[in-house]
Design a protein around this ligand. Sequence first.
Ligand SMILES: Nc1ncnc2c1ncn2[C@@H]1O[C@H](COP(=O)(O)OP(=O)(O)OP(=O)(O)O)[C@@H](O)[C@H]1O
Ligand SMILES: [Mg+2]
Length: 244
Amino acid sequence: MARLQLEDLQLARGGQTVLEHLDGRFMDGAITALIGANGAGKSTLIQAMMGMLRPVAGKVHCEVPKERRAWLPQQLALDLTFPMSVEELIMTGSWPSHGAFTGYCAAHYRRGREIMARLGISHLAHRPLGELSGGQRQRALLGRTLMQEAELLLLDEPFANVDVETVDVLMNVLREMADNGATLIVVLHDMEQLSRLADDVLILSGGHGRWASPESLLERYAGQPPKAPRLPLTFPDTFHAGTA
Ligand SMILES: Nc1ncnc2c1ncn2[C@@H]1O[C@H](COP(=O)(O)OP(=O)(O)OP(=O)(O)O)[C@@H](O)[C@H]1O
Ligand SMILES: [Mg+2]
């Protein structure tokens, strides 16, 4: 089953076409890595998939109910100076299904505490968001999507500026969500992270998308020195899914 599908999608920014003729299915229970150079259109596609950017042509078909869709924006786009604690942020995850003004019951608080423990941030429950490190913030934001019981989760470079231990915690939680049937799409720039996490890969390059298996990509870049795990910023136009 694929509850998220793209059909001949065309997206533009400021009157300029960013992506066109984009097709594909994102399987339930799978993690798809979305890769490509800076400016390739990864964030633009994510915004279209969240319904925040209207396509110029084509369609995003999404059967996941709105209240079960979650988005972790690219970190530089986030303003977390809002006066709110970690626990308060996580609890807001219940708003889409429960409403913002009905208050929380004991079960909500219990679940919030379980989520903070799972993410290793119980000790930060009352810390204001503005006083968190990058990794702590990412844990708290992922906690909010767990509270929401997200079935579609779009993460825009979730591991940027995040320490190794936090990457492990986040990856384990993401895999668990996928194992429970959620559809995950993760913008990545790092081949090692891709090899650990991705079940499928969508490459954006030159205004087009190409699907590939993680194995074919890893094979293709197997000759790279281990100390340079970053993905090259451009992908040759001759590259097609399944070819190494
Ligand atoms: N609000 C905007 N108005 C006009 N153009 C935009 C806007 N946002 C993005 N663009 C342009 O759209 C193109 C795609 O940008 P996008 O942010 O989707 O790239 P990206 O793949 O996410 O890059 P990065 O890896 O740097 O995050 C770029 O050429 C960018 O300059
Ligand atoms: Mg981006």
